[in-house]
Design a protein around this ligand. Structure first.
Ligand code: KDG
Length: 344
């Protein structure tokens, strides 16, 4: 399927194209070419929604603002690209919230395991005033955070054995799985607690690390596992849903300050619209990707409530350690949003 600019979005009839671009062309405030670096591949919801972001800006400025998207970590990893935004050597990036906790500590609440029980709750949290406060928290860092969207529920994959329980991660008679984690201390703590050997590593290095057997496995949403071809080097998947992590679309404050207010407003609006599309697409991708992976030969274990509860119980020490550091008040604030989202 294609949109007005002739770009294919949805990769399957089961997946949605973005809404048509509406709104007037804004006044001429000069030209900008924005370079955006992302970690994921061209077929990912992250890339496709970034393309939509680019199309909105291009169409609504008569081509005066263009966005060049560089996928597959080719400009650097999340940590490096955020630093490039600070110095102004890159205009935009789109990391997970997890490596961004070095800028805004409150973001670490998203790293707590089993905090967001379903997508409705996750979306309600991402759209809350609490989340807006976190985006505002970047002010003065050299980075302007524009919008939250879905990275998604993270699932475990590995090349060693099927995993149904924390014991399978730890390996009772064999060694614990070596698992790549994002560069974030809560994630390290989760996998240590489960008896794995966690190794923090940039996303761009992950495929070859798995291919070469440097790590046994990793954890990411099904859509990332599929679109980054991890199934080529990972035989087993487990639907653990242990953490829901968001993405944050960001722009360099230097770039932002060079833009006319009307352009700034448009960039902010386009970021929100593309985030909305990204969440829809990521939602659709989730089950679809799991099915695709199974078709491609990955052995996927779906865990029942009892099995999930066993993981939840096993990671309780992570809560005990991190809840006071992240803030009991903040956690209570998030839990309140979760609860009211399920009442609606
Ligand atoms: O662009 C985003 C990716 O670089 C990365 O954040 C994806 O979840 C991710 C991971 O595991 O590093």
């Amino acid at each position: 399927a294609t949109l007005s600019l002739g770009i294919a979005y949805a990769q399957s009839p089961d997946l949605s194209d973005p809404p048509a671009i509406e709104g007037e062309v804004v006044g001429d405030h000069g030209s900008h070419t924005l370079r955006m670096g992302i970690g994921l591949a061209e077929s990912s919801p992250q890339y496709l929604s970034s393309q939509y972001f680019a199309d909105i800006l291009e169409q609504r400025t008569d081509g005066r603002i263009t966005v060049d998207i560089f996928p597959n970590s080719q400009l650097g990893d999340d940590v490096q690209m955020m630093e490039m935004l600070q110095t102004g050597s890159l205009d935009m990036t789109y990391p997970s919230s997890s490596p961004a906790t070095t800028y805004v500590e409150e973001l670490a609440v998203f790293d707590l395991p089993f905090l967001l029980p379903n997508r409705e709750a996750a979306i309600a949290v991402m759209q809350s005033d609490t989340a807006q406060r976190m985006l505002d928290g970047f002010e003065g860092s050299g980075i302007k955070a524009l919008a939250f969207s879905e990275n998604g529920y993270r699932q475990l994959s590995n090349s060693a054995r099927p995993v149904e329980s924390p014991e399978d991660v730890a390996g009772l008679d064999v060694s614990g799985l070596t698992i790549r984690t994002m560069e974030n201390p809560v994630h390290l703590s989760i996998w240590k607690t489960l008896g794995a050997n966690p190794t923090p590593m940039a996303f761009g290095e992950l495929f070859s690390a798995m291919e070469q057997g440097v790590v046994d496995g990793q954890e990411n949403p099904w859509s990332t596992i599929l679109t980054s071809n991890f199934h080529e080097v990972q035989d087993y998947g487990s639907e653990t849903r242990h953490v829901y992590t968001p993405f944050i679309m960001m722009i360099s404050e230097r770039t932002w300050e060079r833009m006319a207010p009307e352009y700034q407003e448009l960039v902010q609006e386009a970021a929100r619209q593309s985030a909305e599309y990204e969440i829809q697409l990521a939602t659709e991708y989730d089950d679809w990707s799991r099915e695709q992976l199974e078709e491609k030969g990955m052995q996927i274990t779906r865990l029942d409530d009892e099995q999930i509860a066993a993981f939840q119980e096993a990671v309780q020490p992570v809560y005990d350690e991190w809840a006071p550091k992240i803030g009991e008040d903040l956690i209570a604030e998030i839990q309140e949003i979760v609860e009211s989202s399920s009442i609606q």
